[in-house]
Design a protein around this ligand. Structure first.
Ligand SMILES: [Zn+2]
Length: 229
């Protein structure tokens, strides 16, 4: 019995070997990044940024190299096979001091909302896919309190001024809500100009929120700005 099972598993492994979700290179375990792609993930620590009305922005990786490739596969090709690799990278920073301090100081987290049309087209909110389980482990509720009222074109080809114009008034509260004194963490997949998060923060602060922080999976803090997001 065992012999046949082992034979069967060997055949499956031979026919469908696990492949790197980024480059399709054969790897040891399913969903694992190959050594080359792993090297391209640019992890960062202890460098945050303030960008009013955002009180602080933290990031897990640089928005270059491997992170950029994986996030594009998720966002533009709807390729969910990259999610386990992203979640593994996020797990690595679970005990990072600046992140622990950030999480201790917030009441709840919120993903950047997708427009309903975009959500239907993609079938998921990529930010929830990346951060959902991780936040649950941290006992931090993820609340969808904002909605995207304007369907905006994909922003990655646009500059900062154009983004600001298009995104102005693009977000609103789902229902009447009082956020007085609340400290809220926006989780985001890609942070470049920060326009999207800042628009969300304006709405949240107009509802009384005291502090708005951002944790981005990948961010470009201007070192090598790539027009994308
Ligand atoms: Zn690879």
């Amino acid at each position: 019995m065992n012999f046949f099972r082992e034979l069967w598993e060997a055949a499956i492994y031979f026919l469908f070997p696990p492949r790197c979700p980024n480059c399709r290179e054969i790897v040891d375990e399913r969903y694992q990044l190959c050594a080359e792609c792993e090297k391209k993930i640019l992890r960062v620590d202890f460098y945050d940024r303030t960008l009013a009305p955002l009180d602080k922005v933290l990031r897990v990786t640089k928005y270059r190299g491997g992170s950029r490739e994986l996030l594009h596969k998720l966002k533009f090709d709807n390729n969910l096979n990259v999610v386990p690799a992203l979640k593994k990278i996020l797990d690595e920073v679970s005990d990072r001091e600046d992140i622990l301090k950030l999480l201790r100081g917030v009441d709840f987290a919120m993903p950047v909302p997708l427009h309903e049309g975009r959500f239907k087209e993609r079938g998921f909110n990529q930010t929830e896919k990346i951060f959902g389980e991780w936040l649950a482990k941290k006992n931090l509720p993820l609340k969808n309190i904002l909605t995207r009222t304007k369907e905006t074109p994909k922003l990655f080809k646009l500059g900062k001024a154009e983004r600001e114009k298009i995104l102005s008034g693009a977000f609103a509260a789902r229902e009447q809500i009082n956020l007085r004194g609340k400290k809220i963490l926006i989780v985001d997949d890609i942070f470049t100009t920060g326009t999207t998060c800042r628009e969300c923060a304006k709405v949240l602060k107009s509802l009384g929120a005291e502090k708005i922080f951002v944790l981005a999976f990948a961010a470009d803090f201007g070192e090598n700005f790539i027009k994308d997001a």
